[in-house]
Design a protein around this ligand. Sequence first.
Ligand SMILES: [Zn+2]
Length: 495
Amino acid sequence: MNFPGTLGELRHSPFSEQKLKTRRVKDELRDNLVVKLREGAPVFPGIVGYDDTVVPQIVNAILSRHNFILLGLRGQAKSRILRALTSLLDTETPYIAGCEIHDNPYSPICRRCRDLIAKCGDATAIAYLRPEERYVEKLATPDVTIADLIGDIDPIKAARGGHELGSELTVHYGLLPRANRGIFAINELPDLAGKIQVGLFNIMQEGDVQIKGYPIRLPLDVALVFSANPEDYTARGKIITPLKDRIGSEIRTHYPATVEEGIAITTQEAWIRRDGYRLHVPKYVQEVIERIAFAAREDKKIDKRSGVSQRLPISCVENVVSNAERRAIRHDETLVVPRIGDVYAAMPAITGKLELEYEGEMKGADHVGRELIRAAIVKTFDGFFKSTDMNQVVQWFDLGGEIQLADTASAVEALQSLRGIQGLMEKLVKLNVGPKDAAETQVSAAEFVLEGLHAHKRIGRNEERVFKAGEKPPKPVEKPFERDEPPFRSRRPFN
Ligand SMILES: [Zn+2]
């Protein structure tokens, strides 16, 4: 399609003055959202687990033409949702060609464009913006200045053009004016200095702002969206009250509510399909990885305020697949099947994503990481084998049986030794694994059973990954009956 190139042509196109002159960004978001809702199309494709919670609240905020804020811990897809808002913008948006702040051809706010239209009239050139060009994002930090965000007086511009300082023609625009007629996202809003928040508020409320003492009028058309950590946002004094008042909706994000949802997100985001191999990630491996994040979010050794990002299971599964891939390359196997041993080998993808509390720091990140993996294995194992009698397998070890399962051991080699453990291989039916499956698959499943028994402390395992009999707990010694204090103490009255 050929788009109109001048203001005169634009007037007689679908981008008519009647349609565009007063249509603000928030109207546009709303109109396009309504169309999507009517069609029954998903509003944010690819955002998993928010269908009944976050998405309806965002929809309401947009229908209400609100500026809004997403409150949530890290790794809860906040930035992703904000970026996805561009899917609610028109596919093409006309503006006055060459304008730094993308002026509306029918109601320009900058001096340059008003002068230009006065001079050229209907011959004024028109250019177009795509949705992604109308999205500006800024991570708030304490050193962000008014100049960064709103603009600065540019003395060189003034000298060159022969303008007065403080004339609109001497302003070097900051990020916010450059987001005019689009979406401006500020991440971690509470980190913005109070003075900058005031500037932001003035622009939102009055459409003017002072730059170096000169009043500048900028009635911008911007949909403002923010994100913040809930604790920072609600802390007194972090956000100036008038700004808070102008944020129409406050929407809380959350981590996936169920392990299934977590797995769905992780599977969608992680890079695991690699060339040259067939890959099969067993369900129990996916579940263990996901449950590490779930366990970490509950663990008191880990800082609650920063949270445990969904990027933990995502990086972890990538690393797990790589460790399995490395084994496959070494043994010339064409089927890659990760094992629980690969999860332990993925520690570098886990520890870096945990902010430890004092107690965790004392124990060390590796120790905390191993405990989390173990907790994740226990829960996953119980889901599959809760009602399965494993005594026979445990007994084999108690009678002196030992087996080494290095994460580098080839499947064929490992399978041979695993078959020697009485009662083990037939238990794998619970994992839908049988003797006809590939060796890689059988080894992974059998190793999961041993890891499960080890996590339950029913069998032992040393640093060299040798599984053997567990240490029997010492027989509880009958404690002689004694009391800390006499059972009866006569109380003396106080006075
Ligand atoms: Zn302009």
